[in-house]
Design a protein around this ligand. Structure first.
Ligand code: T46
Length: 148
């Protein structure tokens, strides 16, 4: 996995995507299909569940990975930081997706009971794609911009 800071995105690029929902008297159906409405090539799917009250997930960034997070049950909060700007998103509906890309530090907190965080990922699992040291992450991001 290459160290490709030029791929890094900003918090403002991490957007909420409305997923198409079909509703009728039997309930709701949400669907995601190739390039619609999520424009990443999905190579991996995983989910977080049975997260104990007060537990936090994440606490890292990625060099290359794009991911989409969906709360398919319950709710949780995703805190994003690009080294300059930070923003938090409450995910509490199965028809909302949050796109996160390379160079974004993420922490996930406030999991409700019975919450499930579904993640669609653009790459296979690769430990060397992780940036797990926050100080190193900040250095990487701040080195991108000219110092005054
Ligand atoms: C992210 C948040 C939302 C695997 O073996 N395969 C996998 O696909 C993943 C994601 C993890 N693992 C192993 C690696 C660790 O030994 O599972 C263990 C826990 O992984 P981690 O501590 O990275 O889990 P989270 O919930 O803190 O973070 C995960 C993703 O790693 C991360 O990219 O954005 O979910």
């Amino acid at each position: 996995m290459s160290i490709s800071q030029n791929k890094f995105i900003n918090v403002s690029d991490c957007t909420i995507i409305d997923l198409p929902k079909v509703s009728d008297s039997r309930g709701n159906l949400v669907f995601i299909q190739k390039n619609s409405p999520i424009n990443i090539d999905i190579k991996r799917v995983y989910y977080l569940y049975d997260v104990p009250s007060g537990a936090e997930r994440g606490g890292h960034a990625h060099y290359d990975l794009y991911q989409v997070l969906i709360s398919i049950s319950g709710s949780f909060t995703v805190h994003l930081n690009d080294g300059f700007e930070s923003k938090s998103f409450l995910l509490n509906r199965p028809d909302l997706a949050l796109l996160i890309g390379p160079g974004i530090w993420r922490e996930i907190t406030d999991f409700s009971s019975n919450s499930i965080c579904l993640v669609l990922a653009s790459e296979l699992y690769c430990e060397s794609d992780y940036i797990r040291d926050f100080n190193y992450f900040m250095q990487l991001r701040r080195d991108e911009k000219p110092q005054n």
